[in-house]
Design a protein around this ligand. Structure first.
Ligand SMILES: NC(=O)c1ccc[n+]([C@@H]2O[C@H](COP(=O)([O-])OP(=O)(O)OC[C@H]3O[C@@H](n4cnc5c(N)ncnc54)[C@H](O)[C@@H]3O)[C@@H](O)[C@H]2O)c1
Length: 384
């Protein structure tokens, strides 16, 4: 691939000591399709300079704030093709809006926004301005999640009856937000996190992964959000009962106080003919069971997979792939769509297999409905 075709991008967030910004940068680098050229990596300019210098960026492309960055990048002939937004949840909306208004494509982390109205506004603006908007729901980037999707949606498991999803973590079992843990500080602060913590941080991953695999819409849900950490204002544990449009039922559990768990995302899908289990901490395998047959374990890189799953595989079986590779698969599909768009092709995000702004809206609707239900003593609420 000629260098000319390499996309240029900028980043908002991802300064010194941050978590996901560095993952985005590695993911974008994986296939050499996009090169970082600018940033407002922090609210403190010195920290932006520190990160920018470390990345070898030109100083005139390091900005004091995201507004200046959006304006100046939009006015340059060699301006960025897209911006990656990796700031705390509350800032996703104002930052994304600024870049969309300047005609710049966006890739943003989840949850898309902290209110449904904001999320819908971003979706409308994206469509109105003819731009692309990816939301990095990373788990849809795993080959074995793609394989699960193919099996469920081709009817291999029969009619889907039950879906169980869980995402337990232990990192907020103690008040680390009071002990200098930056990621915990903003996640437990309603002014930065929004009205939800645990559900917005990891419950949303369950919803998106289940929706990606099953293509089933949640019709209604009942949720119970709890706060176990003393003095906390936002949830750190939640259970949800869900009913899907086809009559299937399920339950989701997310927790940040589940001692013994790191990032235990697990999805189980049960149909009339078979079932599957995918675990993010053992992501290279997919457990399958069919009625009257011995259990099977499909191995990524060894066993024959459906084309969308096989295309996402980067290494032979037994060489573990994980979070970085899944993230890079999302970037690869997003940048392919963007390159096609730049060449004048009509781009329908549904055909490129990356999470689009509409999945972001769906995620925020799920979060808001969980909050609404829990506030009303776990009343069942329709999602329309
Ligand atoms: N997709 C995933 O699996 C995944 C994983 C982790 C985090 N996330 C999401 O990524 C986002 C960031 O999370 P994190 O854990 O990396 O947080 P973090 O606290 O580690 O990093 C946030 C960064 O944003 C910077 N920042 C804050 N406000 C800013 C502003 N106005 N302008 C410029 N920079 C600003 C901070 O200085 C910091 O560098 C969150 O929305 C989170 O939900 C997603």
């Amino acid at each position: 691939m000629s260098n000319k075709k390499v996309l240029k991008y900028g980043m908002v967030g991802g300064g010194p000591g941050s978590f996901i910004g560095g993952v985005h940068r590695k993911a974008a680098k994986f296939d050499g399709e996009a090169k970082i050229v600018s940033g407002a990596f922090s609210r403190t300019y010195e920290k932006t300079l520190q990160t920018g210098n470390k990345l070898g960026l030109e100083e005139d492309r390091l900005y004091k704030n995201y507004k200046e960055m959006a304006k100046k990048e939009a006015s340059r002939a060699d301006g960025i093709d897209f911006v990656a937004i990796v700031v705390p949840n509350k800032f996703h909306y104002p930052v994304a809006k600024e870049f969309l208004n300047q005609g710049i494509n966006v890739i943003c982390d989840k949850p898309l926004t902290v209110t449904l109205d904001e999320a819908k506004e971003l979706e409308e603006l994206t469509r109105k301005n003819g731009l692309l908007f990816g939301v990095t729901y990373v788990y849809s980037g795993y080959p074995m999640v793609k394989q699960a999707r193919e099996l469920v949606q081709s009817g291999e498991l029969g009619e889907i009856r039950v879906i169980q999803g869980e995402y337990p973590q232990e990192w907020l079992a103690e008040p680390v937000e009071k002990e200098g843990n930056k990621q915990a500080e903003w996640r437990t602060d309603p002014g930065l996190s929004g009205s939800a913590n645990c559900v917005g941080d990891i419950g949303t991953h369950i919803e998106n992964t289940v929706a990606y695999i099953s293509n089933l819409k949640i019709e209604s849900l009942a949720a119970n959000l709890s706060i176990f950490g003393k003095g906390r204002e936002l949830d750190d544990n939640a259970e949800m009962l869900v009913k899907f449009e086809n009559g299937a039922t399920g339950s989701f559990w997310c927790s940040q106080v589940a001692v013994g768990h790191d990032n235990g995302l697990k999805v189980r899908v049960y149909g009339t003919k078979g079932s599957l289990v995918w675990k993010q901490e053992d992501p290279n395998y997919l457990e399958l069971s069919y009625l009257h047959k011995p259990k099977e374990i499909l191995s990524r890189g060894r066993d024959e997979l459906q084309p969308t799953a096989a295309d996402a595989v980067r290494l032979p079986g037994g060489h573990p792939e994980g979070f970085y590779e899944a993230f890079s698969n999302i970037y690869a599909n997003f940048t392919t769509a963007l390159k096609d768009k730049k060449q004048g092709k009509k781009v329908d995000p549904d055909h490129y297999d990356y999470p689009d702004v509409s999945e972001g809206v769906q995620g925020v609707q799920f979060i808001e409905t969980c909050l609404e239900s829990s506030d009303q003593n776990s009343k069942w609420i329709d999602l329309n």
